[in-house]
Design a protein around this ligand. Structure first.
Ligand SMILES: [Fe+2]
Ligand SMILES: [Fe+2]
Length: 205
């Protein structure tokens, strides 16, 4: 029979790895969007609207579809059941999940506004991209620096198994597609569309 401590560590390590990998993927697209918009703003590169549209779609839909619901429904819920010491922090982070969707919607509006030729449209869009990036980095840092250590302290083996299973089940509840695979393809498309100077080495993830 499997050693329960080993099983707990395996499920925990697996769940933590996938949560951090999702943060890394999202952070990578966010960072690239910042770079591209900054380059556009200083007129050093031509605006590639398809590239920006892909990145805006990614930073809007990936958290909404893949990441935040699993945090809310599995990680945060389990932690609330095991301790009340994280309640205030989790309330704040869950409010940020709602705010995040509002902010990415606003970013898309500002992008359309810029495309429509609004005076100062690019500046307003660039400012909003920076604001959202700060918000997102702060959010993910608080999760990694504060929530995950509390989860490691309080959660039990059954909690980690449920969280790991949820984060690794990448099926779209509506269409049955492998959502994670779709987002990997989208991220590769973003990489392919990047101007040469911003491409990672070899153009691969
Ligand atoms: Fe979150
Ligand atoms: Fe997160």
């Amino acid at each position: 029979m499997a050693d329960p401590d080993t099983s707990k560590a395996t499920a925990r390590d697996s769940a933590l790895a996938v949560i951090k990998e999702e943060h890394r993927m999202l952070g990578s697209v966010m960072h690239t969007l910042q770079q591209v918009v900054q380059e556009m703003f200083t007129h050093r590169i031509e605006a590639d609207h398809a590239l920006i549209a892909c990145m805006l779609y990614y930073i809007d839909v990936f958290p909404e579809l893949c990441h935040h619901p699993k945090e809310d429904e599995y990680l945060f819920r389990s932690l609330r059941e095991r301790t009340s010491s994280a309640d205030a922090l989790l309330d704040e982070l869950q409010a940020q999940h709602v705010r995040s969707a509002q902010m990415t919607g606003y970013l898309q509006q500002l992008f359309v506004h810029y495309l429509g030729g609004a005076p100062d449209g690019l500046r307003h869009f660039a400012d909003a991209v920076e604001s959202y990036a700060m918000f997102l980095w702060d959010h993910m840092e608080r999760e990694e620096q504060r929530v995950l250590p509390l989860a490691e302290k309080y959660l039990q083996q059954s909690d980690w198994q449920a969280i790991d299973a949820a984060f690794r089940a990448n099926k779209d509840p509506l269409g049955g597609a492998d959502v994670q695979q779709e987002f990997r393809r989208l991220k590769q498309r973003i990489t392919n569309l990047l101007p040469r100077k911003l491409k990672p080495h070899g153009g691969k993830e």
